[in-house]
Design a protein around this ligand. Structure first.
Ligand code: BMP
Length: 226
């Protein structure tokens, strides 16, 4: 299961860049994640037009970290323009923050994805000290999914063991950040998020196929099918 992160480089024509990759990849992947590099340049509205009627996961990655009322306004904007999932940080806590955001997400049928650990090393400095508490809060608010690192298998496994199987785990860190395709799924993730190793290459489709193939092989290996 593969989600493609569409993060255009600063000098790209953002809409053309997204449209090209989206059209090539959409038959083969389970979703797309759009983050700040694109949203800041052209906004949800323009991006939403390109991705209109897409039936897979369409994640607005704002990594929201604000008071509840303001996170709700941002989430509502993502929803209005066709996104069906939104990423928020967990450290803002429950009261007057994730209580409100999770309620809005339920009303709008928007999938709430909470960051409980990150793929870069600095995640160990503060965030990872609270992985269990964040996972607990994600369960409490009924989050659809959580973000956990493909780059640190032990953290990922610990999170899966803690949350059980009723919550999706989305794992970034494959490819450019060093983790091998398929390994996060073997360690408990449902989806691997891959960006630059696909989107910042000459042969976007070819590289996507390679990653999908590697995922299949790795998963077959770890599940003892090979
Ligand atoms: P790439 O495969 O190019 O490294 O992209 C990873 C994507 O996942 C980026 O969009 C990044 O913002 C996101 N991400 C991450 O890398 N680590 C995290 O902990 C959380 C993320 O959302």
């Amino acid at each position: 299961m593969l989600i493609v992160a569409l993060d255009p480089p600063y000098d790209a024509d953002v809409l053309k860049w997204i449209e090209y990759r989206y059209n090539l990849l959409k038959p083969y992947v389970q979703g797309f994640k759009i983050g700040l590099p694109a949203i800041l340049e052209v906004g949800f509205k323009a991006i939403g037009k390109i991705l209109k009627n897409y039936e897979g996961l369409l994640i607005a990655d704002l990594k929201l970290a604000d008071i509840g009322d303001i996170m709700c306004i941002s989430a509502e904007r993502a929803w209005i323009h066709g996104f069906n999932a939104i990423i928020a940080h967990t450290f803002v806590g429950y009261e007057q923050a994730l209580d409100k955001l999770s309620k809005l997400c339920r009303e709008r049928m928007l999938k709430l994805i909470l960051v409980v650990s990150m793929s870069h090393k600095g995640s160990a400095e503060f965030i990872d000290r609270h992985v269990e508490e964040f996972s607990e809060l994600a369960r409490k608010v009924g989050a659809w999914g959580i973000i956990a690192p493909a780059t640190r298998p032990n953290v990922l496994k610990r999170i899966r063991a803690f949350v059980g199987n009723n919550i999706k785990i989305l794992a970034p860190g494959i490819g450019t950040q060093g983790a091998e395709p398929g390994t996060a799924i073997c360690n408990g993730a449902d989806y691997e998020i891959v960006g630059r190793a696909i989107t910042h290459t000459e042969n976007v489709l070819e590289n996507a196929f390679k990653i999908i193939e590697q995922q299949k092989e790795e998963v077959a290996k770890c599940r003892g099918l090979q």
